[in-house]
Design a protein around this ligand. Sequence first.
Ligand SMILES: [Zn+2]
Length: 473
Amino acid sequence: MTIQPGNGAAGNGRYYFMWLYSGLMLCLLILLPSMAMPAATSNLDFTLHKQGGGLSAPTLLIIGGIQGDEPGGFNAASLLVTDYQIDYGNVWVVPNLNFESIVHRSRGLHGDMNRKFLDLAEEDPEYDTVQKIKNIILNSQIDIVLNLHDGSGYYRPRHQDSLRGPHRWGQSLIIDQAELGDARYGNLSETGERVIRRVNQRLLDPEHRYHLKNTRTRNGDREMEKTLTYFAVRNNKAAFGVEASKSLNTEFRAFYHLNVIEAFMQEMGIEYRRDFALDPAHVKQAIEKELYLAMFNKRLFLDMTNARDWLRYVPMTPRQPMQVEASNPLLAVVGSGRHYKVRYGNRGVTNLHPEFMEFDESLKYIPVLVDDRYKLVRPGEKIRVRSKFMVIPQEDYRVNIIGYVHDGVDDEAGVFISHENFMPRFSIDRKARKFRVEVYRGDKFSGMILADFTQQPSVDAGVDLAYYPPQAD
Ligand SMILES: [Zn+2]
């Protein structure tokens, strides 16, 4: 019975190897700290996703996550990347500006990033990030900049109570001044009022009404002078702060952000399609849809949907960068050495306990019989199985199916396997439907695929991802 790498008759060699290798790793760690465990922090730079096409068409820049604890904004921005198609015009999206703070669910690990756009010391840990986003904002193609926030209470021009009044921010569109001279879309207040009229036609509750808030920053608002939008305005670029109320839950906030964004797109003549109905229930579903993570050039591949708290014996190599690729721009792997955490925005998804080993680069395809169809599956893909599958034996490679219970041999290729042959606790998901199929060459890890026994009445094509390469399936 082989239930886990390193266990069972044939696993003994591997088990021994693992410990030998750990000893080796320890030496490497002491002697050559720089080549030791891969640190998964380099992927915490923000990402820019350019959607649409056509230089002469209008361009909208949307920025989410300048503060790490405002999930309405960064989830809305992320949905634009994963679930919208731009048919005319351009929408550029930075869904994760302060990515490090997002994964730590902190407003700002290094202070408030939205106060760093006037002066900033070069020593500031966020100096490079701020410079990079400033350069994007200044790109001459961009017509309007939206900075998405989740703000407290409900902004109202006049005081109503402690949650509703001029000092609150929720459900407002913020401008620094009414007009911007000759800038494109420079009539900020008129544009803003038109957008608000559109949004207020789609309210779920009259209390959620949007208002325009003019901070009149130029007249001496020392705090607002330091913000991203005022940096844009100082550079003659139309910019708006967009606030959803923190009194609402995340999917409601994201719902309102998307309404505001769509109103801006309509205002600018940008044409778009979206993969879900725009209401909070479907926004929630879209936020919680399937998540995938690949590392080490896709040799390691994990479905993060409903994942168990811990995934153990995850093959990793200290000799290559992790190269994290994710189906969603809010997915990140953080940590190093013994323990990596997978985060999706503010949420923890799972923890990876690595097993360090050598990787083999030779494996191109894994031939598999899935139910009654023969498929060539690349490492980093998922097969959907109705009743059974069999990995076709390949010379020099051996297959280890994690959680597969059987007597005897080392190599688990050449055997039909169905769901009841698995020990449920070795699945990667809590529902015990998804299992790892790992391929080795000698003691080296060559790659893996996932076998998914989830019953999917209509979908066989499998992974439908915005920017993860599609399955061969
Ligand atoms: Zn904010």
